[in-house]
Design a protein around this ligand. Structure first.
Ligand SMILES: Nc1ncnc2c1ncn2[C@@H]1O[C@H](COP(=O)(O)OP(=O)(O)OP(=O)(O)O)[C@@H](O)[C@H]1O
Length: 584
């Protein structure tokens, strides 16, 4: 609970002016709401004392209307600024969370499921908005407004009668306290269940084709139904607590009414208070119903806010466990080197790369091949520092990679991963992700290099063709070439291709490789491939086997040496009918 108070306090102090306006206008509005009741009492007593004249009526009536008008304006002002604050805080929090998501690398995303992250970034942020908006409103009502009314009851009517009305309040405080502790635990469970359910929805939409292809619609619906039922049960538990305590508050308030009516009538008979004072006391009592009921709401809202803030802070504090960013600038890449390099993923101690020795001088073309699961992609991931290094760190220009600014390193890399991600935007916008400043001429050049320009020219909308959900569906090979063109636009010094030519035919593959070799400034390239034809001209080829380099050399040497490479070469030759470059 302290954590949310600390956060709210830091937000209030950052926006002092806004919240000073809120409190000042709230005080003014409270004063204006209780003032008419006092006028009512004077008015009734004037009638009973036969002091009534038309002038008295106009006088009290005028004051009454003026108080109502001022109450309206002041209430509008403080409510307006209060809710502006609520939306402002939500937008600030969303920006902060998004910034954090963008900084985080894969280990973070392995720890939290996407649906969970979305729920925290949306639902929990909304709860925080409610806490600072509705929650603060209720807090001011139950403190300032209530204090005003109780003050008026004690000062203008009778402090004794006020104490009588307050007799049931300790019980109310006890129940509210009890309520709060129950709500926190139940609400956290309910929000976690919503997270789970959202993750299921996302995965289901993502895998809808597979679900249909395997005829699993029924089973998937049942599975989802189970999740929604679990969420429903947890939400019902929260509602049950609300429903259990709501009537208790009403009963306690009714007790307060009955007690103060009885004792009040006695005081009137004893002439300790006037009838006007007694009537105004009952109106005051009616006015404290809302702050009292909302005291329960306040606890509820604050506990929900505390639970949501815990869930948000958890992701904001979570790190990707990577080594801290270095501060040495890295203007260019000369040499990339692995020395006796071992690596395991954070969640598993099993070594996926073992004793890797590899030197990649500037301008070299390196081919990485090997059985599926032998560690090729894992080796490629080491260049961009996506996972914490296990023991050794790769050397860049003879210095450990972690000494450099990650941002500088990323600037020099251009990657095409195995799963090509395109956005539901135009071809132009997708390309500009590679280099936002690129001119149309550069976009076309990159498309030419990726051997995709001709097809884009044939599309009626050209570069403005929408791709993905809202536009044309590209074939696997087209998507791959668009991803390639996007990477070429980056003009990185080290081009990393992870099976990036797998979906294009061997002839197109050859054209792209030739294009790359004839670029005015050829980048250093590391190419993972299952098709050996893509790397016949590489300066060095390494064969990975269970995370170790089992063979290394140039194509001509490796095909002469018995081993995996030679076997693969013969196999692919036979598949291509003797034509090695047409083996797909
Ligand atoms: N993010 C990850 N977390 C944990 N283990 C992983 C992760 N990614 C890959 N692995 C494991 O590391 C090993 C090597 O996988 P990797 O993807 O590097 O192989 P690969 O040679 O690229 O395979 P393929 O040719 O099928 O793409 C596998 O055993 C795999 O299960």
């Amino acid at each position: 609970m302290n954590a949310i108070f600390a956060y709210l306090w830091s937000y209030f102090t950052k926006h002092k002016l806004r919240y000073t306006v809120v409190v000042v206008f709230m005080l003014a509005a409270s004063a204006m709401y209780v003032a008419p009741i006092y006028l009512l009492r004077l008015f009734i007593d004037a009638i009973l004392e036969a002091d009534f004249t038309w002038e008295t009526l106009f006088f009290y009536g005028g004051l009454f209307l003026a108080a109502i008008a001022i109450a309206y304006v002041t209430e509008f002002v403080w409510n307006y600024f209060l809710f502006i604050g609520s939306y402002d805080m939500q937008s600030q929090l969303r920006g902060k969370i998004m910034g954090h998501f963008l900084k985080m690398r894969p280990p973070f995303y392995h720890r939290f499921r996407t649906g969970d992250l979305m729920t925290r970034a949306n639902d929990d942020v909304q709860v925080m908005g409610m806490t600072i908006g509705y929650g603060l409103m209720v807090f001011l009502n139950t403190s300032v407004y209530l204090a005003f009314i109780l003050g008026m009851m004690a000062i203008t009517v009778s402090w004794k009668l006020t104490l009588v009305a307050l007799v049931p309040m300790p019980f109310l405080a006890y129940f509210i306290f009890k309520w709060g502790s129950l709500v926190d635990a139940k609400f956290t469970k309910a929000q976690n269940a919503v997270s789970e359910m959202n993750s299921e929805v996302l995965e289901m939409i993502d895998g809808i084709r597979v679900v249909r292809a395997f005829g699993l619609e029924g089973a998937t619906t049942d599975q989802f139904q189970q999740k929604t039922s679990e969420t429903l049960v947890k939400n019902n538990e929260v509602s049950e607590i609300d429903s259990r305590f709501g009537p208790l508050i009403t009963i306690l308030l009714a007790t307060s009414f009955v007690l103060s009516f009885g004792v009040g009538a006695f005081f009137v008979a004893q002439q300790e208070i006037t009838i006007g004072a007694m009537v105004s006391f009952q109106v005051y009592l009616g006015m404290i119903v809302w702050p009292m009921i909302s005291a329960g709401d306040l606890v509820n809202v604050m506990q929900q806010g505390a639970a949501s803030w815990r869930r948000i802070s958890e992701i904001l504090k979570a790190s990707d466990d990577l080594e801290p960013d270095g501060n040495v600038p890295l203007p260019e890449l000369a040499d990339f080197r692995f020395e006796q390099f071992n690596f395991h993923y954070p969640q598993n101690e099993r070594l996926v790369l073992k004793d890797i020795d590899l030197d990649i001088p500037k301008g070299a073309v390196i081919g990485i091949v090997g059985k599926t699961g032998s560690g090729k992609t894992t080796l490629l991931r080491q260049f961009g520092h996506y996972y914490p290094y296990s023991n050794q760190v790769p050397l860049v220009n003879d210095t450990p990679l972690t000494a450099y600014k990650t941002q500088d390193l990323r600037q020099l890399l251009a990657e095409v991963p195995q799963e090509h991600t395109l956005f539901s935007r135009s071809i132009r916008e997708n390309l500009l992700f590679g280099n936002a400043q690129a001119s149309d001429e550069e976009l076309w050049q990159a498309l030419e290099t990726a051997s995709f320009a001709k097809e884009v020219r044939a599309m009626p909308q050209g570069l403005n063709t929408l791709v993905g959900e809202k536009g044309v569906s590209l074939s696997g090979g087209q998507k791959q070439r668009l991803s390639l063109a996007r990477a070429f636009l980056r003009k990185g010094e080290l081009l990393l291709l992870d099976d990036a030519l797998s979906a294009v035919d061997a002839k197109t593959e050859q054209v792209i490789i030739d294009n790359l070799a004839h670029l005015p400034k050829t980048p250093t390239m590391v190419i993972i491939t299952h098709r050996l034809s893509a790397i016949t001209n590489a300066d060095q080829i390494i064969v990975l086997d269970e995370g170790r380099i089992s063979q290394s050399g140039r194509h001509e040497d490796l095909i002469q040496t018995p081993g995996w490479y030679q076997e693969q070469y013969f196999h692919q030759q036979i598949k291509g009918g003797g034509n090695f470059a047409a083996n797909d």
